[in-house]
Write a protein that binds this ligand. Structure first.
Ligand code: ADP
Ligand code: NA
Length: 327
């Protein structure tokens, strides 16, 4: 795509699961070579919109850093950093919040989904998308890869770029949404729902650090249906179709190719094939995460260096913002 600055963020929810890997991380790795400037942020300030245990959060940040590196994020190409270490995010978020009306936020997905689930809903959760807009605009980002669930949040970031520009004079490019084309990975126990970290069913989610035995067991127990032949039809056969999706994505083949490899196999035998594809892909990643997690000081160093580079870009933009605002 030539020029452009790409920004994306991921919450430190611990070790990513297969859905995170296929829906976000794999895409991040592919995109890192396509833009001259790429920033990936572990957005810990977004995480504390829900209650967090401090030690757990610290661990989760390092788990996510190790996972991103192990999946192939290359810090020669990418500025990888922890959001809270660059205080400009919070400062710009405040300024953008003052350009955002209360009703504009009320219908956005993060608030609607989470405000009643775990907490009464904090001010931070309500203004979550404003912080996201600050993350993006702080680097004058032009391209933001996201999943479908984030499209409305990106629209707010675009609106805020326009609102700021019209009030204070052109400064921010209106960032473009790069929608991930990856198919959603479904829960192995309830294929009508997406695979999720927060799924209470233990066997439903594959973490990218699961052992080969755990992976094989979870896939063996995956819900399918009474037809033994393997076909791809997510509407009527969500369970077996989810296995096809996982197989195709992990073996890096098309869905058609995956179905054709399943010809003559019943779902039981096919599950072995799917397990092998998952295990083969995840084994080196798991080993690398384990290696990196053995040296937390190194990971902290990588993040500190990333934060320093991010600050170098953020500081002049924020200086300009402050000046425009009249500070
Ligand atoms: P979770 O639902 O497990 O908490 P997040 O909402 O934190 O995951 O998502 C982090 C990233 O992973 C987002 O880009 C999201 O689109 C992607 N993602 C999450 N779950 C899935 C899934 N089941 N299939 C594909 N992508 C997913
Ligand atoms: Na989620």
């Amino acid at each position: 795509p030539g020029g452009g600055r790409m920004f994306s963020g991921i919450q430190p929810t611990g070790v990513p699961h297969l859905g995170n890997y296929l829906g976000a991380l794999e895409n991040w790795v592919a995109l890192q070579i396509q833009y001259p400037l790429v920033l990936y942020s572990i957005v810990d300030m977004h995480s504390i919109t829900q209650p967090q245990d401090p030690n757990q959060l610290r661990n989760n940040i390092l788990d996510m850093a190790a996972s991103l590196l192990a999946c192939g994020i290359d810090t020669e190409r990418v500025i990888l950093f922890q959001q809270s270490q660059v205080s400009e995010h919070a400062e710009l978020s405040w300024i953008l919040g003052c350009l955002t009306s209360m009703p504009r936020l009320r219908h956005l997905p993060q608030w609607k989904m989470k405000s009643k689930v775990k907490t009464e809903g904090s001010v931070g959760l309500y203004t979550y998308p404003v912080l996201q807009a600050a993350d993006i605009l702080l680097y004058k980002s032009t391209h933001v890869p996201v999943g479908e669930d984030q499209v409305q949040h990106l629209e707010l970031a675009q609106d805020l770029a326009r609102i700021f520009n019209s009030r204070y004079g052109d400064l921010f490019p209106v960032p473009r949404t790069l929608l991930s084309s990856a198919r959603k990975v479904k829960s192995l126990r309830d294929p009508s729902a997406k695979m999720s970290k927060s799924d209470p069913q233990k066997m439903a989610t594959i973490a990218i650090t699961d052992s080969p035995d755990d992976i094989a067991l979870k896939i063996r127990r995956a819900v399918t249906d009474l037809t033994s032949e393997v076909t791809f039809d997510p509407e009527t056969r969500p369970g077996v179709s989810n296995l096809v999706t996982i197989h195709a994505a992990m073996a890096m083949i098309s869905v058609e190719e995956a179905v054709s490899q399943a010809r003559g196999l019943d779902t039981g035998a096919y599950k072995k094939l799917v397990s092998e594809a998952v295990i083969q892909r995840l084994t080196p990643i798991r080993a690398e995460i384990e290696r990196l997690r053995g040296d937390p000081a190194h990971l902290e160093g990588v993040l500190a260096q990333g934060a320093q580079r991010a600050r170098g870009l953020a500081a002049p933009v924020l200086r300009e913002v402050r000046q425009r605002v009249g500070f």
